[in-house]
Design a protein around this ligand. Sequence first.
Ligand code: NAD
Ligand code: UDP
Length: 325
Amino acid sequence: MASGPFPRTVLVNGGAGFLGSHLCERLLQAGHSVVCCDDFSTGRRENIRHLLSNPRFRVMEHDVREPYDVAASLIFNFASPASPPDYQRDPVGTLLTGVLGALNALDLARRNRATVVQSSTSEVYGDPLQHPQQESYCGNVNPIGPRGCYDEGKRCAETLFFDYHRKYGVDIKVGRIFNTYGPRMRLDDGRVVSNFIVQALQNQDMTIYGDGRQTRSLCYVDDLIEAFMRFSGAGSDCIGPINLGNPVEIPVLQLAELIRDLTNSRSRIVHLAAAVDDPKQRRPDISRAAEELGWRPRVSLRDGLEKTIRYFDAVIGQAATEGRE
Ligand code: NAD
Ligand code: UDP
């Protein structure tokens, strides 16, 4: 089993978020005890409600910018707003979550002699001039633009991870996540998949920022979590950085058309102003993940979107029923 032969106490920072809640679930399934640490700023109690009856699951409401102590031997640092509207709402807070969140997780790992796993991001490559992006590429980030608070926080976090590794021998793992989607994304998080699905299901205009020729490569959540289980497991001595994502690339306009087709929607596709510093193309080179972890994504974009559409449809239906009651 990828996550190690013996049960561990695992701390998941950001465990009530989209990715964190799936990770908590998989770790519990693998027999571990899980402490979910979250300040519920962009995450939701609803995401972890089904785990609360498990005696091996505990929730700790805490802001990771403040130090803490948990007797964990494996730490996942997934606490950070991730959607551009979320992370731009409080840019200073986002930057500090990136930096102090990493520092506090590293200090805990150092004290506990634990392994610490960082949820880094394709945003460390900024608006990339190399395509597809390999881990050796140092990126093209605008430090003073509106995305800088997130991108530079995550870049600084990577620096801290590698310095703690070199200087103090901390066991680190740095995974660079490329756009991931699936059930438990917030309907209103502002990311492209959630926006398009919600708009299409309600026959509202589907909003393309710019001409829609910019590309993304979208990974289904189950594939990404499988990658992190392998990466953090006893079988892997890879410390990264390692790209984790699906290399199938699609222009945003084509994504809107695909979602409109899959939902049988009557939505119009409309173009709004392009987002500032929006990366024009993004696709991970995942050769390192294939080689080091024996991993590659299994879920096709169409299948992943269909599962996600079913989830959003159910949530919208439930909200409508509650509104009528
Ligand atoms: P999310 O917003 O759903 O989850 C983030 C969680 O962290 C939320 O539960 C939030 O309440 C919590 N959080 C935020 N700031 C906190 C703080 N200061 N203290 C404690 N908890 C805090 O986002 P997500 O998509 O699940 O992203 C999880 C991680 O993965 C993030 O670190 C993000 O940067 C990274 N990531 C995600 C993607 C993606 O496509 N989903 C891509 C690249 C990187
Ligand atoms: N996007 C869009 N319409 C939306 C939301 C996003 O055209 O309603 C575009 C956005 O400009 C970007 C891409 O979709 O080019 C991915 O955006 P998202 O916010 O999901 O992720 P990120 O920009 O962080 O990759």
